[in-house]
Design a protein around this ligand. Structure first.
Ligand code: NAD
Length: 499
C-alpha cells in the first residue's frame, strides 16, 4: 500500500502522528493509498520553516516572483496529462474534466504573472506643501489554505498562486481524500524556481486545521468547503485575529422562463446538474420552470437526455459523462437523501437507485436521478446533495421563481434561461446571489474577475482570485513623507573658486 507524505521544507516527509486516512480509487472502491494526518507539531514545524523562508521571498522583486509563475505555467502544460490522471484516479471525475480542473487553476496562475502591475501601489505627488504620500501593498507573511476534495488542483492554485505572487509563504492543507495532486503542484512550483519552504503541503484533518487556526505566526486563512466548517473556521480564525475568507456550500437554482429555448435549457441542465456527478459547488441542483406548460415540456425533454447519460470510470476517457462520487459515505448520503425525497412526496421521474456498473460493482457510482414536484419544505430542496440528483420545483410566475432562489439560505450561483432581455436584466439586478448566468448554466467567472457567492455560501468580504486576491494576500501601508529644506535653498549656484 502506498504511503503518501507531507511536503515540508522542500522534501517529501513521512507522517509522524501515526494517524492516516484512506485514499480510495472511487471507480473500483479500493483503498489505493494511506494519507498521513498531521499533528499540531508537524504543522508547527512547517510554519517555522515558512516564517524563515518568507522575508527573502517578500523582498524579491515582484517581476522575479512572476517569472516563477511563468515557468510554473509551462510545467503545468508539460505535465497536464500526468496531473489529470492522478486527479481522476483519486477523485473519480472524468479525464477531460480533470484537465479542466488543472486548466482553471492554471488560468489564475497566468493572471498572477501580472503581479508587478497589480502590486504597483498608489502615489500622490504634492499631497501638501513638500509632502508626498504613497501606499504600498506588502505581503502578510505566512498564509494558509484549507481546500475541499472536489477541485484538488484548481482551488489550491486559486489560493497559493496569488499568495506567493504577493510575496507570502503558503501552507496548504488539502483534502485528505485526494492529496496527490496538491503534492505534485508543490514539487512543480519548486521546479519552476520557488525557493524551498515557501509552498508546503501538510495533509490532515481537524487536528491540523485547529493547529493552523491557533498558530500565532499564520496571518491569513483561506478556506473552501462545506458551510458548517466554513462557519467554524471563519469564527475561530477571526477570533484569533487572522484575516479569513471562507467559501461554503451551494444550492444553485436555474430558472427556465416560458420563452426559453427548451432544448438548449435541457442540454444545459443535464451538463450542469450531472457533470462531475454533481460534485461541483456551481452545479445546478434545482430547476425552476415557470408555468405548468414549461415544466411539463422541460421534464419531457430532460428524461431521455438523463437516461442516456454514460456513467463510468475515468479510464474510459471521453466516452463517459460522469464518474463515481468520491467515497462510499458520499454515495450513502446521496441515496439517503433520495429516499427522503420519495418519502416526503416528491415525484422520482428518473430513478437511479438500482444503478450498478458491470465490472465496477464496488465502485462509488451513483445513477442519475430526476425529481419533479419538489417543494421547499423537503430535505432534498433544503440540503446540498452534492450528487447526480436534480430537483424540479415548479413556479407559477417569474416573481415566484425569483423569490424561491432568493429565499434559499445558499447564494453561490444561479442562472436564468430566457429570450427576454428585460427579464434577464431584472433577474441579474435583483437576485441576492453572487454569480449569475444568463443562458449560461455554470457561470464561473474567469481568473481576472473574482469568484464568490453570497449568503451562507461565503464568510468574509473579499472574493477569490482576480484583483480581490491581491487585496486579501497583502496589507496596505501608507507613507506620508516630507523632506526638510535641503541644499537647494542654502546652496550656491554660481561657479566660484573654492575658498
Ligand atoms: P469539507 O467541508 O468536508 O472539507 C473541506 C476541508 O475542511 C478539507 O480540507 C477537510 O479536511 C477540512 N475539514 C473537514 N472537516 C473538518 C472539521 N470538522 N474541522 C476542520 N476542518 C475540517 O468539504 P468537502 O466535502 O471536501 O467539499 C465539498 C463542499 O465544498 C461542498 O459543500 C461544496 O459546495 C463546497 N465547495 C464550495 C466551493 C465554493 O467556492 N463556494 C467550491 C468547492 C466546493
Amino acid at each position: 500500500m502506498q504511503e503518501l507524505t507531507h511536503y515540508i521544507g522542500g522534501e517529501h516527509v513521512k507522517g509522524t502522528s501515526g494517524r492516516f486516512a484512506d485514499v480510495y480509487n472511487p471507480a473500483t472502491g479500493e483503498v489505493q493509498a494511506k494519507a498521513p494526518l498531521a499533528s499540531k507539531e508537524e504543522v508547527e514545524k512547517a510554519v517555522a520553516i515558512a516564517a524563515e523562508a518568507q522575508p527573502a521571498w517578500g523582498a524579491t522583486n515582484p517581476q522575479r516572483r512572476a517569472r516563477v509563475m511563468m515557468k510554473f505555467v509551462d510545467l503545468l502544460n508539460r505535465d497536464m496529462d500526468k496531473l489529470a490522471e492522478a486527479l481522476s484516479r483519486e477523485h473519480g471525475k472524468t479525464f477531460p474534466d480533470a484537465k479542466g480542473d488543472v486548466q482553471r487553476g492554471l488560468e489564475v496562475v497566468e493572471y498572477c504573472i501580472g503581479a508587478p502591475e497589480l502590486l504597483k501601489g498608489e502615489y500622490t505627488d504634492g499631497a501638501g506643501p513638500g509632502i508626498d504620500m504613497y501606499s504600498m501593498r506588502q505581503p502578510l507573511g505566512v498564509s494558509a489554505g484549507i481546500t475541499p476534495f472536489n477541485f484538488p488542483a484548481m482551488i489550491p492554485m486559486w489560493m497559493f498562486a496569488p499568495a506567493l505572487a504577493c510575496g507570502n509563504a503558503f501552507i496548504l492543507k488539502p483534502s485528505e481524500r485526494d492529496p496527490s495532486v496538491p503534492l505534485m503542484l508543490a514539487e512543480l512550483m519548486e521546479e519552476a524556481g520557488l525557493p524551498k519552504g515557501l509552498l508546503q503541503v501538510v495533509i490532515g484533518d481537524k487536528e491540523a486545521v485547529d493547529a493552523i487556526l491557533y498558530n500565532e505566526t499564520i496571518q491569513s486563512i483561506g478556506f473552501v468547503g462545506s458551510t458548517p466548517i466554513a462557519e467554524y473556521i471563519y469564527g475561530t480564525g477571526c477570533a484569533q485575529g487572522k484575516r479569513v475568507q471562507c467559501f461554503g456550500g451551494a444550492k444553485n437554482h436555474m430558472i427556465i422562463m416560458p420563452d426559453a429555448d427548451l432544448d438548449q435549457a435541457a442540454d444545459a441542465l443535464v451538463g450542469a446538474g450531472y457533470g462531475a456527478a454533481g460534485e461541483r459547488c456551481m452545479a445546478i441542483s434545482v430547476a425552476v420552470p415557470v408555468g405548468e406548460e414549461t415544466a411539463d415540456a422541460l421534464i419531457e425533454k430532460l428524461v431521455p437526455r438523463i437516461e442516456k447519460l454514460k456513467v463510468g470510470p475515468y479510464t474510459a476517457g471521453d466516452d463517459v459523462d460522469y464518474g463515481p462520487v468520491v467515497t462510499a459515505a458520499a454515495k450513502e448520503n446521496i441515496l439517503r437523501l433520495v429516499e427522503s425525497g420519495v418519502a416526503q412526496g416528491a415525484e422520482l421521474v428518473v430513478d437511479g437507485r438500482d444503478f450498478s456498473l458491470q465490472g465496477y460493482e464496488d465502485g462509488f457510482f451513483v445513477g442519475a436521478h430526476l425529481f419533479d414536484k419538489v417543494t421547499p419544505d423537503m430535505d432534498i430542496y433544503k440540503k446540498e446533495i452534492f450528487g447526480p440528483v436534480l430537483s424540479t420545483v415548479r413556479a407559477g410566475s417569474y416573481e415566484e421563481a425569483l423569490k424561491l432562489a432568493m429565499d434559499h439560505e445558499m447564494g453561490n450561483g444561479t442562472a436564468i434561461f430566457t429570450r427576454d432581455g428585460d427579464a434577464a436584466r431584472d433577474f441579474a439586478n435583483r437576485v441576492n446571489i453572487g454569480m449569475v448566468g444568463i443562458n449560461v448554466p455554470i457561470p464561473v467567472p474567469l481568473a481576472y474577475h473574482t469568484f464568490g457567492g453570497w449568503k451562507k455560501s461565503v464568510f468574509g468580504d473579499l472574493n477569490q482570485h482576480g484583483p480581490d486576491a491581491f487585496k486579501f494576500y497583502t496589507r496596505t501601508k501608507t507613507v506620508t513623507s516630507r523632506w526638510p529644506s535641503g541644499i537647494k535653498e542654502g546652496g550656491e549656484f554660481n561657479f566660484k573658486p573654492m575658498d
